[in-house]
Design a protein around this ligand. Structure first.
Ligand code: NAD
Length: 452
């Protein structure tokens, strides 16, 4: 049996391996899921939610083990890995299930002597394909609502983090009937086979390029697709911003998870009058960051692999060649470790100004006015998140309303309160994660009408 090996990006050591699923066996796996779905779909929403709620304690009991695995398999610092592992279970899981049940309850409408019931029925089999950067959170955002809605799920974790994907699924496999959740392992060939199979829906989180490919391939049978894709998030720093607060956010959100976050701050537009002070504060924070193995007490771990590292280094080098000024970092790399880097004078002519970096680089561009900041922030095919910093929150919010992103944060990160969707605009996505609208994507809406 061919095995897929997983490597620690900090040391290059093998962390473990899983059996590779031959692509020509993927349809058989989907067939098994389809058979199992019939009963799972019939047990009812509340009963399914009760079964899935049992996962909370199991995830909680494994927080340390899961955090350790996340750090060893993809490199993020242990404290970030713990936060990710922590949110899988506990009260967060219970809240999520309540939200799903609420979203999927039938609704009744009456008019003109007729009564219609809107049902949110299972779709059938959902294929879930996930990335490596949040190797347990991303699966949970798609697999849990798909299962709760009564679907069977065939789940393919990233080939970079198969052990995390398997460990996430193992908890659910303990509590679910056989074949309701099936895991396949591999890279693009297995992903393509899943998309080509007769699943009813593909729920995908990953890069824009692969998302486009999936949408094309799914069109043959008009499979449902949900695509959560990449970004090139802007941050606008207004002239009345609290500079220390804005710089702290920029450092945090450009460098956490080594910049490998879909809503990482990738482009910073600072109004000229405060640019010197902002750049100085940001460069000082970047220079103070401790880089090393995520298992140790560090702020920034390694990049996930050499390919990703080389992409980031090439973008930095090309930007510097084209005139960007280095305020911190940009001093090469040691194995997969890249020093947190701050560049200023970044322009749209540079790759780093327009193409997703997904690495520990904060790119500053000075602007003469708010209008220029808004125009440049929106000048991108992406539209995932955006943030605006300014003390006058009414004014900052008005600027935020002019941005084309799906999620906008004012003096904070982009994520909304529980119940709000995670949503990208333009080429950053198609559909939602979480929220009523997101949960309903995993269902077939069916309207039944009879005389009232
Ligand atoms: P990727 O697109 O390379 O891979 C994602 C998954 O798709 C992997 O499991 C991979 O094996 C699989 N895959 C690759 N080619 C495929 C194909 N042709 N058909 C089907 N499946 C295929 O992305 P990645 O490098 O794993 O993750 C990083 C990307 O994910 C970034 O662009 C990031 O912005 C994005 N992301 C987005 C969100 C969001 O919520 N919008 C969240 C996390 C990550």
């Amino acid at each position: 049996m061919d095995m897929l090996q997983s490597f620690d990006p900090a040391t290059g050591e093998v962390v473990g391996s899983v059996p590779l699923t031959p692509p020509d066996e993927v349809q058989d796996v989907v067939d098994r899921a389809r058979t199992a779905q019939v009963e799972w779909g019939a047990v009812g929403l509340d009963h399914r939610a009760q079964i899935l709620a049992r996962a909370a304690d199991l995830y909680d009991a494994r927080i340390d083990a899961h955090a350790d695995l996340i750090t060893r398999e993809m490199g993020k610092p242990l404290k970030e890995a713990r936060a990710e592992a922590h949110r899988l279970g506990g009260p967060a899981l219970g809240r999520e299930l309540e939200e799903i049940v609420e979203a999927l309850r039938p609704e009744v409408l009456e008019s003109g002597g007729a009564r219609s019931t809107i049902h949110h029925d299972p779709l059938g089999v959902v294929g879930a394909i996930t990335p490596w950067n949040f190797p347990m959170a991303m699966p949970s955002w798609m697999v849990l609502p798909a299962l709760a809605a009564g679907n069977a799920v065939v789940f393919k974790p990233s080939e970079e983090t198969p052990l995390c994907g398997q460990a996430y699924a193992d908890v659910l496999l303990e509590i679910l009937p056989p074949d309701v959740l099936l895991v396949i392992h591999g890279a693009d060939d297995q992903g393509k086979a899943l998309v080509a199979s007769d699943v009813d829906m593909i729920a995908f989180t990953g890069s824009r390029e692969v998302g486009k490919h999936i949408m094309r391939e799914a069109s043959g049978t008009l499979k449902r697709v949900v695509l959560e894709l990449g970004g090139k998030d802007p941050m606008i720093v207004l002239d009345d911003a609290d500079i220390a607060q804005a710089a702290a956010f920029a450092a945090h959100n450009s460098f956490r998870n080594c910049g490998q976050v879909c809503v990482a701050t990738e482009r910073i537009f600072v109004v000229e009058s405060i640019a010197d002070a902002f750049e100085e504060a940001l460069a000082a924070l970047a220079s103070a960051m401790r880089v090393g193995s995520g298992i140790d007490d560090v702020d920034v771990g390694p990049m996930v692999n050499a390919r990703q590292r080389d992409h980031v280094l090439a973008q930095i080098e090309a930007a510097v060649d084209a005139g960007a000024k280095v305020l911190a970092g940009a001093n090469g790399h040691h194995d997969n470790f890249v020093t947190p880097t701050v560049l200023t004078g970044v322009t749209d002519e540079m790759d780093i100004g327009t193409v997703e970096t997904f690495g520990p680089v904060a790119c500053v561009t000075r602007v003469a006015s708010i209008d220029e900041a808004v125009q440049r922030a929106n000048d991108t095919p992406f539209g995932l998140g955006a943030v605006v910093f300014g003390k006058d929150e009414e004014r900052a919010e008005a600027v935020g309303r002019r941005l084309t992103a799906g999620m906008v944060g004012i003096n904070r990160s982009v994520g909304g309160v529980p119940g709000t969707p995670w949503v990208g605009a333009r080429e950053s996505g198609f559909g939602f994660h979480k929220s009523r609208d997101g949960h309903r994507q995993f269902t077939q809406t069916r309207v039944l009408t009879r005389p009232a």
